[in-house]
Design a protein around this ligand. Structure first.
Ligand code: CDV
Length: 343
């Protein structure tokens, strides 16, 4: 039986240090309405969708820094409630990335999943792989990535969740058929740099994930961050960054037999930092089903059939039959590289 789902990535063009939340939330509502006109049931927004990607700036004022964080749950906060109210009205689930300040004062780079039918946030993920440095680079013109300065590593793990009320007629607890791949969709969230780590995806793969959601802010030019062994022009560097983005979305979707949706914040933020576009929806066979055309606000839409995950999960990547965990010990015992002894 097909399990059809209409999904969308809401790519956003740049947001600046000076942008007002209200304007940004209005743009998000407009994107949601255009996704609704296509029939979307689930819409993914980017990482830190409500602000510029502030971790590239050195911010010494606590007050200024705090202004880029959300201090309460998004569906209840005055800043963002209108977006969640619109999602509820349209009956569309949304997943939104933002900087979260907890009541204990901790900062996380967070993504939530809001179920329109339940009118509730049903899942939260906090970014685990924080890239970059704690201190800015010495070169005042370098592109910084100060996530380790502003955020704690996520403490919620990679926890897959079921999404209720989006597909009719699926198996429920106690309803008889408990075979894999028959229930409500299984989703997982990752944020930007997490997509480059096979461990993120495999941890979800082991929970039978069917759709991975990934919001991102990826600069097209950051030689201090990436290294300069192979000198590139800014245009070549951006093409390379786009290539790596698609490579990891396609390859990891294939290796875990799942769909993936990725939503960029794209374009020139703060007049200086050019972010790649490339928001896309990929299939469990690793193909790109739909892709952003530009670097502005744009909906990327596809209807997907979760049944398409079954082939990979039951044949090439049937984990139960083919994985050899006795040989994978190093993955969790060791963090860095230990080379074999010199000859
Ligand atoms: N926001 C990110 O996590 N960005 C990183 C890079 C650009 C440091 C990424 O992996 O895309």
């Amino acid at each position: 039986m097909p399990r059809l789902l209409k999904v969308a990535a809401a790519q956003m063009g740049p947001i600046h240090l000076t942008s007002k939340r209200e304007e940004t939330v209005s743009r998000m509502i407009a994107l949601l309405q255009s996704a609704s006109s296509l029939g979307a049931q689930v819409v993914l927004f980017p990482e830190t969708a409500l602000t510029t990607f502030f971790p590239r700036h050195l911010i010494n004022s606590q007050e200024e820094l705090d202004s880029y964080f959300e201090h309460s749950e998004l569906h209840e906060s005055a800043n963002t409630k209108p977006l969640f109210d619109e999602a509820k009205k349209l009956g569309i689930d949304i997943s939104v990335g933002y900087a979260e300040r907890t009541p204990e004062g901790k900062g996380y780079n967070t993504q939530v999943y809001y179920s329109a039918k339940k009118a509730a946030i049903i899942a939260k993920y906090r970014k685990i792989h924080l890239p970059g440095t704690k201190e800015p680079f010495e070169d005042p013109n370098a592109v910084n990535q100060l996530e380790k300065r502003y955020f704690e590593p996520g403490n919620l793990g990679f926890k897959a969740f079921r999404v209720p009320d989006v597909i009719e007629g699926v198996s429920k607890k106690g309803s008889g058929e408990a075979a894999p791949g028959k229930g409500d969709p299984i989703m997982g969230m990752i944020i930007c740099n997490d997509r480059r780590w096979a461990e993120s995806w495999r941890t979800y793969g082991l929970q039978g994930v069917e759709v991975v959601l990934c919001g991102y802010n990826t600069v097209g030019w950051a030689p201090d961050l990436w290294g300069t062994r192979k000198p590139m022009t800014p245009q070549q560097a951006e093409e390379e960054a786009l290539f790596h983005h698609k490579l990891v979305m396609q390859a990891n979707s294939y290796m875990n037999s799942c769909f993936s949706i990725s939503a960029a914040k794209a374009g020139l933020e703060d007049g200086k930092h050019d972010l790649i576009g490339g928001s896309c929806i990929t299939s469990p066979e690793g193909h790109i089903l739909a892709e952003a055309k530009g670097k502005g606000d744009e909906i990327v839409f596809a209807e997907i059939d979760l049944e398409d995950c079954r082939q990979g999960k039951e044949k090439t990547f049937d984990f139960d039959r083919h994985r050899r965990i006795d040989s994978y010990g190093l993955i969790t015992q060791q963090t860095g590289i230990v080379e074999p002894e010199l000859l």
